[in-house]
Ligand binder design. Sequence first.
Ligand SMILES: Nc1nc2c(c(=O)[nH]1)N[C@H]1C(S)=C(S)[C@@H](COP(=O)(O)OP(=O)(O)OC[C@H]3O[C@@H](n4cnc5c(=O)[nH]c(N)nc54)[C@H](O)[C@@H]3O)O[C@H]1N2
Ligand SMILES: Nc1nc2c(c(=O)[nH]1)N[C@H]1C(S)=C(S)[C@@H](COP(=O)(O)OP(=O)(O)OC[C@H]3O[C@@H](n4cnc5c(=O)[nH]c(N)nc54)[C@H](O)[C@@H]3O)O[C@H]1N2
Ligand code: SF4
Ligand SMILES: [Mo]
Length: 663
Amino acid sequence: MPKQSHCPLDCPDACSLEVDVEAGRVVAVDGNSINSLTAGFICSKVRALPELLYGKERLRHPMVRVGAKGTGSFERVSWDEALELVVAQIKGAREHYGGESLMQLSYGGSNGLLTQDTTDARLWRRLGASNLARTVCAAPTTRAVTEMYGKMPGVAFQDYVEAQLIIVWGCNPGATGIHALPFIRAAQESGAKLVVIDPRRTKLARSADLHLEVKPGADVAIALALGNWLFENGHADEAFLAAHAVEIDGYRRRAADWDLARSAEAAGVALADLQVLAQWYAESSPAVIRCGWGLERNRNGCGAAAAIVALPAIAGKFGVRGGGYTMSNSRAFDLDATLAANEPVSTARTLNMNRLGRTLLEASDPPVKVLFVYNANPVATLPDQERVLAGLARDDLFTVVFEQVHNDTVDWADVVLPATAMLEHAELSKGYGAMVLQHHGPVADPVDEARPNYDVFAELCERLGLWRDDDPVGPEALAEAILGSSGLASQIEERGIALPPAGERPVQMVDIIPGTPDGKIHLLPPALDDEAGGDFYALRQDPATPQFPLALISPATNKMVSSTFGQTVRRQWPMQMHPDDAAPRGITDGDSVRVHNDLGEMHVLVQVTERVRAGVLFLPKGLWSHHTLNGRTSNALVPDTYTDCGEGACFNDARVQVARLDA
Ligand SMILES: Nc1nc2c(c(=O)[nH]1)N[C@H]1C(S)=C(S)[C@@H](COP(=O)(O)OP(=O)(O)OC[C@H]3O[C@@H](n4cnc5c(=O)[nH]c(N)nc54)[C@H](O)[C@@H]3O)O[C@H]1N2
Ligand SMILES: Nc1nc2c(c(=O)[nH]1)N[C@H]1C(S)=C(S)[C@@H](COP(=O)(O)OP(=O)(O)OC[C@H]3O[C@@H](n4cnc5c(=O)[nH]c(N)nc54)[C@H](O)[C@@H]3O)O[C@H]1N2
Ligand code: SF4
Ligand SMILES: [Mo]
């Protein structure tokens, strides 16, 4: 009998799973239909999960460093020895430098609610450790959507079949959320038009009725021009706006700077294409915009997301099934996972993960003395990789890496703790695309000595004398603390899954309304202007220079989830480059090239292809050092600058030069 579970990975789809287990080991994983969006199929990555669980890179025992930092040479120790060492280092740093000298670094490795912000948050808060600003993803889009709509959930993918027009904007569901695809295809078969706005000719873009190959970072110009055009041409829904929106005149004044011609020029797209898009959007209902995260990872990220999600309000696209927008649905459930921490947020300083390298090298009040990494792979995933590496190389820094597999970050650890992986521990997860909540116990045995996050952090609390009698402990008690009296636990018990109060297919502005304090849609939130230090809708200048003219972007691939599964891709990963950029540099397909800027350099193979627009290079996010010729990845060229609002990472603002390696 297959066992039921779900996928907690950082993916919108939150698949419900059926797992074949033999003698405590996972032998096969597939989807079932308990989550209706899963519809019985899953991605190839998770189908190959046994390779992650039982492959040679899996960490099986605690270890301490024996060689130089960065070399990844370790010797096996017991859990007791490893934890005592960690405890001694934490105590020592706290005594001499204060709690803020302790830095935790955790992110999306496990998107589940039990493996992050429960007993770990309890530990950090009670220690007075530096707080972490988790801004590496979704920070600018979340800022925009929270200010404008109070993070109202979006159109369910299942309802895309109802749409006459689907605009997929800065999102690549063919890789990053495959369960939306059947609904997009079904809509197309029923005559819906598909528009894709993306600097790359993705598979979806190639099947679209219209593809705008936008310059990276220029989306705000397109969205404001569309808004302006709707008003100017009598296609704004003034009655809807009067009833449900505020700051309309302010928005109009800002957007008035943008006509379609100026926007086409700024965004590097054809004016005729923009005119077609404007006309289609005005005419079609239901019309839905799938706004992704590709467009947020630059200096204009928050303004772009805001200008995009303003459009359905202006054009009056809400109120019908299949009409509106989809961004993140992570707030479909009103749950506070940190309740399980049983400890309020501390007043300690906050460190932004996007500047990890700078923080490790420059923070002085106090310096970071202990870095504790879990649910994250900072060497692979954070900006300014050279600085991150230099920081990790500090002799006076004690680094703990609590991980499932021997990745690039583990190489820099002083102590390595082996973590259980999905299916080996209990998990409670909500999708940020699929609007479902799932809860399962472990279905497979942990490998060797691997242990779940929730147990290890609880034990560290105890060893550090930070334990309280009323602390929930163990996965059941933690889940209970999070779910409280919401009624969700009994739903899960009865049906194997829970749906949010408004159901899994809410109609925007009918079943759900904006969660802003006044319940209105805010088209020009003053808080965003304040944070941006001026007009957050401004199109900031492209960071390209004559010396570094090419835009290196690093969106997701279908082979990995961020850096997760990187060990299973054993080949070199080629960087895509347009023929018009390759030819003048004497570069041909298959060449080895040097990609560089002031921050660093990366040596990679090249694939010359028209699948990226001219002026743009593509190498995916999350790559490991073994995927390139010199062990550096895109992040070695990514500045640690912040987005306009939200202090997000500007991964796609890397501007570089490329030359043949033998030149
Ligand atoms: N260049 C570039 N870089 C990017 C991006 C980009 O667009 N361009 N995008 C960014 C985005 S969107 C994101 S979300 C981040 C993700 O950045 P990260 O969160 O750092 O990366 P992940 O690969 O999701 O997860 C890291 C690790 O968590 C571990 N892990 C998983 N579950 C558990 C657990 O239960 N316990 C413990 N202890 N460990 C666990 C996994 O083994 C994995 O190695 O990367 C960002 N990096
Ligand atoms: N297989 C797989 N699935 C994943 C992930 C993964 O790594 N692999 N990561 C998960 C995570 S953490 C996240 S956050 C989501 C992200 O999922 P997506 O929203 O799809 O985000 P990205 O992959 O960063 O980029 C999406 C598209 O935006 C394009 N793009 C880049 N810059 C711009 C721009 O300035 N404007 C516009 N219009 N488009 C631009 C890219 O070319 C890319 O095709 O996916 C999740 N799902
Ligand atoms: S990574 Fe996404 S598509 Fe793959 S099984 Fe998990 S939730 Fe489903
Ligand atoms: Mo992400």
